[in-house]
Write a protein that binds this ligand. Structure first.
Ligand code: NAP
Length: 271
């Protein structure tokens, strides 16, 4: 029977892993892969493997799905801030007896010149902006930016994949639509054009959205970084290549794993 693999996606790493597995399938590897998306974006990017969209109905719903679809292994390649999905995956895979790997980017680390201030969550970021008016770039999801209506004294620039509708109920807000990756030069031009003095962002890790961090450093702009949420302690890797090796190992294709047998696994701890 062809092994069924479930990728929990919504990230560039999930798409990169899907591309690797699609190439194996095209090469007649006995694999069947489905990529799962939450359905947050209106026009998701095309994917190289079949896609299913929408929640499973909590951990119990996902456990039912794993059994019904006879899933042999799960890779949780959701965003580091998609903690609920990651906890559901850990619980469902344990209940259904299905091996689980997290494919998760490490956080960005500060370097000389960075002006970062970590805040616990989005409401803490709103409070940390203070009373004096600032010019703030919000690099957050469109559902998260609404919290900034509580601080209407600031001028906001919001970048999101889909439009923020209705617009924020604040006197000064501008919007730019975009889907990463975003380069440093473009982000620097954007920050300068809007005279931004503060960025609110997540510590997403990876290269695709690091441009604004490098640009902020070059321009001396303060970055309020939302702390990463706690995530379940499950075996984890940081690259699609390592996740592919783990999958092949799980499915018994030992010849495809590196000669040292190293699958790149580390025991990641919840933050
Ligand atoms: P979340 O809070 O952890 O998840 C909320 C619920 O959405 C989950 O309980 C699940 O519903 C559903 N869900 C989440 N990811 C799913 C997936 N890949 N496939 C099917 N259902 C999924 O997640 P979130 O932070 O809203 O993120 C949603 C999606 O956007 C994820 O795919 C994530 O990778 C992507 N994303 C998130 C961020 C971010 O900053 N949070 C950034 C970029 C991309 P049920 O309980 O009904 O199963």
């Amino acid at each position: 029977m062809v092994p069924h693999i479930l990728l929990l996606g919504g990230t560039s790493e999930a798409s990169a892993l899907a591309k690797r597995l699609a190439a194996r399938i095209a090469d007649h590897a006995g694999l069947d892969v489905v990529l799962s998306l939450a359905g947050r974006t209106e026009h998701p990017a095309p994917q190289p493997v079949p896609v299913r969209v929408g929640g499973f109905g909590g951990a119990a719903g996902l456990a039912d799905y794993l059994k019904a679809e006879r899933i042999a292994a799960v890779v949780d390649a959701t965003h580091p801030y998609a903690a609920r999905m990651s906890f559901n995956a850990a619980q469902a895979c344990a209940a259904a007896g299905v091996p689980l790997l997290a494919l998760r980017r490490g956080p960005w680390m500060p370097v000389a010149g960075d002006r970062w201030r970590e805040v616990a969550d989005v409401p803490a970021a709103v409070a940390a902006l203070g009373d004096a008016p600032r010019r703030v770039f919000l690099a957050l999801g469109r559902n998260e930016v609404r919290a900034f209506e509580a601080a209407p004294q600031h001028a906001y620039l919001v970048r999101s994949v889909d439009p923020v509708l209705p617009p924020l109920a604040v006197p000064q807000a501008q919007y730019v639509l975009g889907r990463g990756p975003f380069g440093e030069a473009d982000d620097r031009a954007l920050l300068e054009a809007h005279r931004i003095d503060t960025i609110v962002a997540k510590n997403s890790g990876g290269a695709a959205t690091y441009g604004k961090m490098a640009a902020a450093r070059a321009l001396g702009i303060e970055v309020l970084l939302i702390a990463r949420p706690a995530i379940p302690a499950v075996p984890a890797v940081e690259t699609p290549a390592e996740a592919e090796a783990w999958l092949l190992h799980q499915l018994g294709a030992h010849g495809a794993v590196s000669s040292t047998g190293d699958t790149g696994l580390s025991a990641e701890r919840g933050a």
